[in-house]
Every structure is written in C-alpha cells, then in structure tokens.
Design a protein around this ligand. Structure first.
Ligand code: SF4
Ligand code: SF4
Length: 422
C-alpha cells in the first residue's frame, strides 16, 4: 500500500447535483468486461428512455439502455474512454428526455424476491461493477459456493474522487435496505461496510445501521481493491488464482449496490451514474448525477467557468483513470470521475524503454508482471495477455506510479483486459 495526496477537499462537501440530460447521447456497445453487445435498434427508430437498445447472449455481458428518449441518428465509431474508439449508438433527444418514470415495486413484491429474481433484475438492468471494474454484476450474484460474508466497498481510495462518499451520506437508507435484501437472499450471516477514515460523515451515517458492521480503514492506496479490503476487514487472504467466492465472501462497490437498489425497488435500468468532476482548473468542482452517454464537455461546462485551460483530462482518478484525447468522449458505466489537471499537475514525463528493474512487479498488490503484460498488449498478443493473468489486475495504477521509465502500463493493461475477454 502507498500513501498518496488525497485531494478530496475540492468536492467532498458538495452535495449531489443532477446534470440536465444531454441533447445527444453517445452510448458505446461495450461498457463492461465481456462480449460486445449488438445493436437492437436502427437509424431512424424512435426510442424511449430506459429502453434496451443493445444486447448479446453470452456468459459475461451486460445490455445497454437508452439514457434519453429520442431518435437513433447514427450507429458508428465514436470516442470511447477506455478503448479510444468503439461503435456507439447515437441518440438525439426529444422533449421527453427527462421523464424518469419507472415502475415502483410494492414491499410485498420485494419481500418475495429470490436471489434468482434479483439476479435477473440486475442482468436486465445492465448493471456492472461501478467502482471502475465494469464486471457484470449478475455474474457475481451467482456464487458457485455458499457465502457467509457480504462486504460493501465504500473505501473510495482513489485520490480526488468523492462520489461514493456522497452516496453513502445521502443515500444511506436505500443502500442499507437493498444490502439487507441481498444478504438475506444470499444467506450470509455477516454484512460489513469498509470505509476509509477520511470519510467521517459516511462512517457516522452507517454506524446507525444495526445490521451492517462498519469497518474503518486507513486511507492508504489501494485500500479499495477487492482482495485488499477482504484482508483488511476479515484478516483472510484470497489465494492467488482464486476469487472471493472461494473463501465465502462477496464484495460489492457501494455505487453498484445503489444501482441494484434502483433496479430492484424502482425498476430502473442503469442509465445514469454519479461522477466527481474535479481538479484545480475548475471554479466549481461537483458530484454530478450524469446520464450515460453524456459527452464530458457538458460536465465541464456545468462546473465552469474554468480557472485555467486543462492540460490533461482524465476519466476516473489520477491512479486508475485514463487520459482522454477529446472532450467529445462520453461518460460510460465505469466512469466515476472526471479530473481536469493544469499544466503543472499534468507535467508529462517522457516514456522511455523498460529498464527491467522489476519495480512494477514488486509493487503490484496482486502479484502480476505489469511490464510483460504491457509488452504483450502493445504487440496485440491477447493469448499471451491471458497467460499473464491480466484479468487479475485491479487497475490500481501502482505500476505506473513506481515505474522509473514512466511506462504507461495501466493504460495498456486495461486495454488487454477488455480485448482479452471479447
Ligand atoms: S498490474 Fe499494475 S494496475 Fe494492475 S494490479 Fe498490478 S500494479 Fe495495479
Ligand atoms: S517498473 Fe517500468 S522499467 Fe521497471 S520493469 Fe516495470 S515497466 Fe520496466
């Protein structure tokens, strides 16, 4: 673990605000780990808010839904925050864009839900891990073995980001309600929430919930990694090559849990998410509720005016995020932050050849060889990427941080993970 400058002061006390829906939504067909979806609509089709517009039948996938109502104006390559470019469905909105009317379930209906019912709701809603991993959540809700512990990951250890912290403070009751429901269906006996000690309001809010045990974690990086949080809460290690299921544990990020709440209790598919818009260049950093597919320039304008022109725009945080080449790129399911860095912060240090020092190997908290995955990914050797277990990478960015050659290791590893599972 490493101690990083937190820089959460820009937005940690900013209550969640809603960003108005965009006039056009750009919805990539891949926003998850797994198979790319196929469009279910064509140019000219009229689309309702929340309508499923892309899907595929596979083991690991998540369908895509319309985040505004309107008309399909194109299905074409468009900037993608992780892949650079990818095929996207482009919707042009109409006046009904902001009508969020999904059907509420009665308490009686909810109490009758089984784990299989919840899994189906989660799959139909297109929910993926929203802490950045974007692994389809319905797969995680199908444990191959009995579980005894559910851990809610509220660590939010990535510097600058504060959306999860606000969610825990402002939606405590909803999170607690759905967590209790899921825990009951899974038959687990213990429910924990792990929160770093730099979020006293969230710790206080969950301390009032008797069914959930709060574990206060040190604000070290990457405290929010799945295996790290299990180790620090339960004192148990997930063996190499095994999953938390293997030791009877399920970990879910707090934003994912909230998305499950909205799907189960309100019948709402994943069409929006919280994004921290932050950094030195902004006069008004904010925690925004954003429709998926919204171009990031809308978020920047809403938090403007700019104090200075950003030299670097990152989707995500400084450790796990990805620098963007255009402000036309849209927010997708895994985009939890938008960081605008000024020239000094963004100082680009030239990438030089790997000197085979192994600092990245020693620093990797899950025991990978980032330098080798990087080379394989650059050569598009996706089979080799699989052999190097790139899928175990938790995208913490420590390899980038420690590399004396300034290799952009994480960027290529992220691509390797997405390509390797296609
Ligand atoms: S490969 Fe890099 S980003 Fe992935 S877990 Fe290891 S140190 Fe973190
Ligand atoms: S830390 Fe950088 S220079 Fe050292 S082995 Fe890894 S990639 Fe190569």
């Amino acid at each position: 673990m490493v101690k990083l400058a937190e820089n959460k002061h820009y937005s940690e006390n900013k209550a969640i605000e809603k960003l108005p829906p965009p006039s056009k939504a750009y919805l990539p067909l891949i926003q998850h780990l797994g198979k790319i979806c196929n469009p279910e609509v064509k140019v000219g089709d009229m689309i309702k808010l929340g309508q499923r517009i892309a899907n595929i039948q596979a083991n690991v996938y998540a369908p895509i839904h319309a985040s505004i109502s309107g008309v399909v104006i194109a299905i074409q390559d468009w900037p993608h925050p992780v892949l650079g470019r990818a095929k996207a469905i482009i919707l042009e909105g109409n006046s009904q864009s902001d009508e969020l009317t999904f059907s509420l379930k009665s308490r009686q209906e909810i109490d009758k839900l089984s784990l299989a019912d919840i899994r189906k709701i989660v799959l139909d809603a297109g929910i993926v891990g929203m802490g950045g991993a974007s692994f389809p959540t319905h797969v995680k809700l199908n444990p191959p073995k009995p579980l005894d512990t559910l851990i809610i990951n509220g660590a939010e250890c990535e510097p600058y980001l504060t959306a999860d912290a606000r969610l825990m403070v402002e939606r405590t009751a909803e999170i607690a309600e759905v967590v209790t429901l899921i825990a009951g269906c899974l038959g687990v006996k213990d429910i924990y929430i792990g929160i770093e000690d730099n979020k006293p309001e969230a710790i206080k809010a969950f301390s009032r919930i008797s069914k959930i045990k709060v574990k206060v974690l040190k604000s070290d990086y990457p405290q929010g990694g799945e295996k790290q949080i299990i180790q620090n809460i339960l004192g148990k290690q997930v063996p190499r090559g095994k999953l938390p299921f293997d030791i009877g544990v399920l970990v879910q990020n707090v934003a994912t849990i909230y998305a499950i709440y909205e799907a189960v209790f309100k019948g709402k598919p994943l069409i929006e998410r919280l994004v921290t818009v932050t950094g030195n260049c902004l006069v008004n950093p904010k925690n925004l509720l954003v429709r998926l597919g919204t171009p990031i320039n809308n978020l920047i304008d809403f938090c403007g005016p700019l104090k200075e022109e950003p030299a670097k725009i990152i989707i995500g945080g400084p450790m796990m995020g990805i620098a963007q080449y255009t402000d036309e790129v849209p927010i997708i399911k895994s985009s939890g932050g938008l960081l605008l860095m000024n020239e000094k912060e963004a100082e680009t240090i030239e990438e030089t050849p790997c000197i085979r020092c192994a600092a990245c190997v020693r620093g990797c908290p899950v025991g990978l060889m980032p330098c080798q995955i990087n080379l394989a990914s650059e050569k598009l050797l996706w089979d080799l990427v699989k052999e190097y277990k790139a899928s175990d990478c938790i995208e913490c960015g420590i390899c980038n941080y420690v590399c004396p050659a300034n290799r952009r290791l994480l960027q290529t590893i992220k691509r390797a993970k997405l390509e390797g599972t296609k």
